[in-house]
Ligand binder design. Structure first.
Ligand code: NAI
Ligand code: GCB
Length: 269
């Protein structure tokens, strides 16, 4: 596939979308922005809901690829998750199929496998083909998104890289995040690799930096050409001093999904 140039960025108003709006243009992409929340200073951004099939069809028309970040990013009622993440992602894939878009990079999440026990020091890394074990309706919607991506590859030759993102923020803010953090710079490197790698079919990868305390295997991400540059360990001393090391007897620390397993943060809207 020729390297994409015009890329639709859904969820462009959100935290990750804002970081990627800042970083991806340096790779030569022209971003078309889409979000239900208006974006200040971006008069050309498309302000629409993932439930608006006509707006989606227009938004995807003529783009070379899509980075799909839009949706509810924490736990919410099943009805809300159904509309935004399940139906919304389906609507996006249908629009992409109808308009002949060749590749989607899907923001999946570690919460699709959040109920997996976290590896203890010395245990093997979690492989990419570990069974899905969602920790929330939110994680379940990401599991659905990965299956939808597989269906659209097998049936319609629409390619996807599903990125099971750990935590992509400026800095890690918890001891758990030392294992799952993806620096914004590494996030942009990974999205760029996912947009440009040859023949990805449907490839699932973990999205994180090359953290000293990494829990999962980055082999499939690296196979796309991703070369992470960052490691959360520089933040470890401060965070461990404040919070202590993870305690395997604490249910909030026992699984990949952390407190999403026991006390998931609820989406505010
Ligand atoms: N930031 C992170 O560390 C991680 C993020 N992700 C995924 O990456 C994506 C982006 O995450 P964040 O930026 O952190 O979330 P966020 O909540 O800051 O941004 C999500 C954006 O999607 C938009 N949105 C929600 N429902 C919509 C709808 N029905 N139609 C159109 N737009 C809608 C919101 O307005 C918001 O701007 C999400 O899909 C999230 O599940 C996954 C794992 C970790
Ligand atoms: O596990 C995590 O830390 C992250 O996972 C996600 O899927 C959420 O969208 C993000 O807000 C969390 O911070």
């Amino acid at each position: 596939m020729p390297a994409p140039r015009t890329v639709l960025l859904t969820g462009a108003a959100g935290g990750l979308g804002t970081l990627m709006r800042g970083l991806l243009p340096a790779y030569g992409y022209e971003l078309r922005l889409f979000d239900v929340t208006p974006i200040e200073g971006e008069p050309d951004a498309i302000t629409a809901d993932l439930g608006d099939k006509e707006a989606l069809r227009e938004a995807v028309r003529g783009v070379d690829a899509i980075i799909h970040l839009a949706g509810i990013s924490l736990e919410a009622s099943f009805d809300k998750i159904l509309r935004a993440n399940i139906e919304g992602t389906y609507n996006l894939y249908e629009a992409a199929r109808e308009e002949g878009v060749r590749r989607i990079v899907f923001a999946s999440s570690n919460h699709a496998i959040g109920h997996t026990p976290r590896p203890l020091p010395g245990d093997p890394l979690i492989p990419i083909d570990t069974p899905r074990r969602p920790d929330t309706f939110y994680g379940l919607s990401k599991s659905f998104g990965e299956d939808l991506a597989q269906l659209y590859w097998d049936k319609h030759a629409l390619e996807t890289v599903s990125v099971r993102i750990g935590s992509c923020f400026m800095e890690p803010t918890s001891v758990r995040m030392l294992s799952v953090w993806m620096s914004p710079g590494d996030g942009a490197r990974l999205f760029h690799a996912a947009l440009t790698a040859d023949e990805v079919g449907h490839t699932v990868v973990y999205g994180s930096s090359d953290n000293t305390r990494l829990w999962w295997d980055l082999t499939t991400a690296r196979s796309l050409g991703y070369e992470p540059q960052d490691d959360s360990e520089q933040y470890a001393e401060k965070l461990v001093a404040e919070q202590g090391e993870l305690d395997p007897a604490n249910p909030d620390h026992a699984h990949l999904g952390g407190h999403f397993v026991t006390h998931p943060p609820i989406w505010p809207y």
